[in-house]
Ligand binder design. Sequence first.
Ligand code: FAD
Length: 558
Amino acid sequence: MEESYDFIVVGAGASGAVLASRLAHTPVAPSVLLAEAGSSNSDAANLSAADRFTVAFAPNSPLNWGYKTVPQNHLSGQEVDYSRGKGLGGSTAINFCGWTVGPKDDYDEWADLVEDERFGWKNVDRVLKRVENLDATIPDTTMRKQLNAKSKEHSNSGNLHLSYGNAWVPDIADIFTAAEQSGHSINADVNNGNPIGMGIGSVCIANGIRATSASAYLSQPPSNLKILPDAPIARILFEGKRAVGVETIDGRRLLARKEVIVSGGALNTPQLLMLSGIGPAEELKKYNIPTVANLPMVGRNLQDHCFSAAGVVLKKDPNAQVSPDSQSPTPMGWFKLPSVTSSPEFQSLPLRTQKHMYKPTIPAVEVATHSPASFFDYEPTETTTHFGAICLIMNPQSRGTVTLRSSNPSDTPLIDPKFLTHPFDRLVLIEGVREIMRILSAPVYASRTVQKLGPQDDSDESIWDSITGNLRSSWHMSGTACMGLNAEEAVVNSSFKVFGLEACRVVDLSVCPFVINAHTQSTAYVLGEIAAEVLAEEYGLGEVRISEKVVQSSKEKL
Ligand SMILES: Cc1cc2nc3c(=O)[nH]c(=O)nc-3n(C[C@H](O)[C@H](O)[C@H](O)COP(=O)(O)OP(=O)(O)OC[C@H]3O[C@@H](n4cnc5c(N)ncnc54)[C@H](O)[C@@H]3O)c2cc1C
C-alpha cells in the first residue's frame, strides 16, 4: 500500500527542515513527511566546526551535490564550483557557519514587490527571534567597541545556537583600525538590520560543533514527523492541476493528502519542478515532459554574490599564532562606495533599483577578511604570513539560469549564473577589489607589508585581469522560482503557492525575488518559519510553537 501523509516536504535543508519541524509541532499535529535525497548525515565527525571545509569539499563527498557551473563567458570559460549540501541539514551542513541577517531595506523592498508585509523587516525581525539562540559572549572583552550585540535586538530562545566563536585570531583588531584609517565606520552589530560599517557577524557553532538546520530542528522529531533520508524525489505527482504526492528515483510513491512543498534549494527546486512538468513550456517540450503548468520564470532569475580577492604578505608577528581549531568568526564590512553610485553603470540602472541602493542600509560591496592564502600563489614562510580579504558584489544585476540537461532526474542540471555579464557587476567588483587594496595599504598594515598579492596595481585593467583568473561563488544562489504577483513574472505568490496549481508550494531560497545582501542561510531559515505560519493558518493547525525540547536557552549569557 502507498504511504500517505498530510504534508510532504521535499528537501531537509535550511528551509525544509524548519518548515517540516514547525508544521509537525503545531497543536493539530498533522502527519509530515520530510524526504531528503542525501543521507542522515549523522557522523559526528562531520559536525566538527574546524574540519568542515575538508569534509564538504573532499572529492565525491556524499555531503555535496558537487555541482559546477557551465563555462563562464567573462571568465575565460572557467567552470565555477557550485557546491550544494546533500543530506539532513542540506547546505547548512557544509557551509562556513557565518550568520548574517542583511539589510532591513532589502526586506521592506521584498514586501513592496510582492505586496505582502510578511516579508517586511518588522515581521522578519520577529521571525528571526524564533530562529536565533545567541550566546553573545565575546572572547576578547577589550573589543566591545567593535562588537556589542544588544539583547533587545536579539534572542536567546530560538532553535539555532549562534555564538561569536571561542577564540579570535590575534590580529582581529587591526582590520578595524585599517577600516577606520580608510574612512569607514565601525558597526558594533552588523546583524540588527543595518550592516553598514566594519563588524563581525556571529557563527552557528556552539562548543566546537556546527549547528545545522537538522541539529537545531530535527534532532528530536515528534512521532508525526517522519524523516526519510536517501529518498531523492524524481517528480511531483499530479491529478489534473493538484499535487497529490511524489515519486522517488527508485519508484516509491508517497502520497500527500494536503500539500507537497518543494524545498530542494535554488538549483534542485527548479530542476524538480521542470521534471514534474512545471516550467517554460518550450524547455519542457525539448525533453518530452508533458506540461502541467507553463511558468516561464522557473529556472530564470538566478542570482548570486560572486567574489574576488586581494591580499598582502606581512612580516610575521611571532607572538600572534592562531590555534588550528580556532572558531574565530570572520570580520566583515558592508560598505557604500561613492565610486559606484557616481558611475555611468549605476546611472543606467532602472530608477527603482538606483533608489533602492541609495537607502541607508543597502551596501555596494561586502568585504570579508582573513581569506585563505590559497586564493594566491603564496606559501607562508618562517618570517612572513598572508593577510587577505575578499570582496562580494552586492545587488548583482546579472541574471542566470538553471535548465535541464535531460529528463533523467539523476542527471545534474545545467547551471549558468552568467557571472559578471552585467556591466554594473563588473564595475562593482573592480571598485570593491580596489577598496580592499586601499584598506590593506592603511598605515596599520603598511609598516609590516613585504609584498602585495592579487592585482599588480590598482588600475581597472590589472584588477580585471586578477578578477577573471580568480572569481568564485559565495554559494548564495537564489531566485530561480521567484515570488511575485503573476505567473508571467514569477513562479509563486506570497503564500508560496505555485501559480496555476493546487496543493503545491515552494519554500526555499528559490522564492527570493532578489538575493538578499547578506550571507543567505538566515533568509532560508526565515522562509521556513514564515511558510509554517502561512500553512498553519490556512489549515487551522493552531499556533506554530517553538519546539521547546530542542532549545537549550543561553539566557544567562545574553
Ligand atoms: C559551501 C557553502 C558555504 C556557504 N557558506 C555560508 C555561510 O557561511 N553563511 C551563510 O549564511 N550561508 C552560507 N551558504 C549558503 C547557505 O547554506 C544556503 O543559502 C542555505 O542553506 C540555502 O537553504 P535552502 O533551504 O534554500 O537549500 P539547502 O540548504 O541547499 O537545502 C536543500 C535540500 O534539499 C535536498 N534536495 C534537493 N533536491 C532534492 C530532491 N530531488 N529530493 C529530495 N531532496 C532534495 C538537498 O539535498 C538539500 O538537503 C553556503 C553554502 C555553501 C554550499
